[in-house]
Design a binder for this molecule. Sequence first.
Ligand SMILES: Cc1ncc(COP(=O)(O)O)c(C=O)c1O
Length: 380
Amino acid sequence: MLVSKLPDKGTTIFTVMSKMAADYGAINLSQGFPDFQAPEALLERVAFYTAAGYNQYAPMSGVPALKQQIAMKVADLYGRNVNPDTEITVTPGATEALFCAVCATIHPGDEAIIFDPAYDTYEPAVTLNGGITHHIPMGYPDFQIDWQAVRCKINDRTRLIIINSPHNPTGSIWNEADVLALQEIVEGSRISVVSDEVYEHIIFDGQTHQSLHRYAELAKRSFIVSSFGKTYHTTGWRLGYCIAPQEYMLEFQRIHQFVNFSTNTPMQHAVADFLEHCPEFHKELSGFYEQKRNLFCRLIKKSGFRLLPAAGTYFQLLDYSEISKAADTELANRLTMEHKIASIPVSVFYKDPPGQKILRFCFAKSDATLEEAADILNKL
Ligand SMILES: Cc1ncc(COP(=O)(O)O)c(C=O)c1O
C-alpha cells in the first residue's frame, strides 16, 4: 500500500477538461494549446535533423548551438549577458525546469510563497521537497500583488518566491513597481526567486515584459524559466529552458541529470537553426495573439459574459455572474457536456477559492474555431 506524498492532488484540471471535451465532442478552449501548425521552416529543420541521424542523447545541459542562440536572444531582448556554457539548461518543457528549480532551493521545513490563482505545478514541487507553501491571493479584478501581504508572510524560513508574468490563468502582467517591490523584499535575505516567464513573448497593447533578466540584482538570485512550446506553437515537443547564475545552475543540473538527463535532440538543433534564421518570429507573436484576443472579445461582446482585462498570455477570463449562479467547476462541466464548449474553472488555482464566478478560455485557436465558440457563448 503506497502512502501518497500528494494526497490532496487529483489529476490536473487540464487533463480532466481536455478529456471531457474529447468525450463530449466539445470545442476545447480549456487546456492552453494552439490548434494551428508550427512554422513551416521549423518543421523542415526537425525533418532534416531526424533524417540526418541526430537521434541520440543530447548533452545533459542542452545542445551548445541552442544554448548559444538562447544567450543571444536574452542579450538582444533584455540586455543581459548570460554564459551559455554555465548558466543555461535546456529542459523537457518549462515544467521540468520549474520542478528542478524548486528542488534546488527547498529543503524540508523551508517555506515558499506563491500567488493565487497559481499555476498548478508550483505547490506540488514544494510539497515533494518537504517544504511549506504560503498562498497569497492576488487582488480582484486586476490580479495585482499585495506587497504588504508578502512582507507579512516572510520569515527566516522563507527560501523561495515563485512569480509568473504574463500570468496564467489571469492574463495579468507585472509592471516595474512590482519588480522593484520584490527586489526590495528579497534584498539581503536568503530568498531565491523562480520566475515563470513562459508567456514572455505574448504581451499586448504595447506593454513591455518585465523580465527579471532586466534586473541584475534579482537575476543574481533567480531561476528564470521559459518555454519554446508557447512561442512556436509546439507544446507537445516539450522544450523549455532555465537560466540562472552558475552557482544556482550547478545545483539545478545536479538534479536535472537524474530527472530527465537531457532533452530531445533533433528538436534542439531545429530550434537553434530557427532562432538563427527567423529571429523575428518571437517578436511578432504578441501582435499575432493580440489579434486573436481582439477577435474573440469582439465576437462575444454582446454575450452575457463580462470580459476581464487580458494583458498577456493566450487566455481570456470571462465573468459569468450575469448568466449563472452555479460554482465555476459545475458550470465548466455543464458547458462542456451540454453546450459543447470546454473552459477551465479558475477556482481550482486557489487554496481558498474566493467564490468568484470566472472561467478561463484559451484563444490560441483558428479564427473559425473562435467564431464557432462565440456562437455558443452568445446563446448562453
Ligand atoms: C504558467 C505556465 N508555466 C509553465 C507551463 C509549462 O510549460 P511547458 O509546456 O513548456 O512545460 C505552462 C503551460 O501551460 C504555464 O501556463
